[in-house]
Design a protein around this ligand. Sequence first.
Ligand code: AMP
Ligand code: TRP
Length: 333
Amino acid sequence: MSKKIFSGVQPTGNLHLGNYLGAIKNFVDLNNDNQNECIFCVVDLHAITVKQDKDQLKNNIRETTATFIASGIDPSKSIIFNQSKVHAHAEGSWILSCMAPMGWLNRMTQFKEKAGKDKEKASVGLYIYPILMASDILLYDATHVPVGEDQKQHLELTRDIAHKFNKDFDCVDFLRVPEPLIKKDFSRIMSLKDGLKKMSKSDPSDLSRINLTDTKDEIINKIKKAKTDSFSLPNEEHKLKDRPEAENLLGIYSSVLNQTLDKTLEEFGGKNFSDLKSQLAEVLSSKISPISDEIKKLINDKNYLDKVLAEGANKAEEIAGKKIKEMKKIIGF
Ligand code: AMP
Ligand code: TRP
């Protein structure tokens, strides 16, 4: 069956191995399947839910675009564009925010994590962030949305909003209810410094993550310094319980090589972390360094990146513009 794919990544810099293995690698596989229609969005409106530096934001939009292309997304096959260029996203977000009850939003755990202790100071945008995400997805009649595990709740909200709109306005199937595409295994890559914390752009320690722009030497050094425990590696999955660092490094190795965790456990069972680390550093640098080199090359070609985004925005506008028109008509505007 042909799928309509939509996903987004925030242009907030430091794209890392978690973004790659949790999301972008899947985008590439979906892009490579000729049956699919794919749209990948640089979600710059989402980025401004927290304060951004103007010049930095501009660079990050281009860098995220470069990362998509360097990872293997082909702009002649998939639409790549930045969200702020297509008006319908913000307009749709307003309409949907008038449908979605506050109680649904109050359940969102990511807001609680991001807003921290002082919720009164968080922006209203951060609070309604998942509604903008719903607007992104629903405007394109997306059937499938590839994301990392942390976005599962936002996808469920999107589905609920679609159902509610269709019911409230008596327009069965007008908003298509999308399916999440979340990899079963390794959908959550953890920090190299703490196996209980998600690998994240915003972690103050650069040693906690492998950035997609890291050099070979940086990758080797970060893997060398990654946290371990003091036991040898087990040969069975259930023995990874309470060993988050071992689980994470073995998971990363498996995911990069597209092999099962069982196979990796077979390979390393009974060995020391140092054996795993040297193999992992090699596998990672051979996979990530070419992407890193390509990002650095592309980032210098601003005209090319801007052209990809402009062409993508024209195509996206055609689809989303039509949908928002229909949506407004249904409401009574
Ligand atoms: P963001 O950069 O927050 O817009 O995230 C972009 C994509 O990367 C989303 O699909 C996230 O679910 C995914 N992602 C972010 N961090 C991780 C992680 N540590 N492990 C797996 N996926 C992640
Ligand atoms: N909220 C997502 C994240 O932080 C990014 C995002 C915005 C997105 N709009 C989307 C993902 C639409 C999938 C579909 O990772």
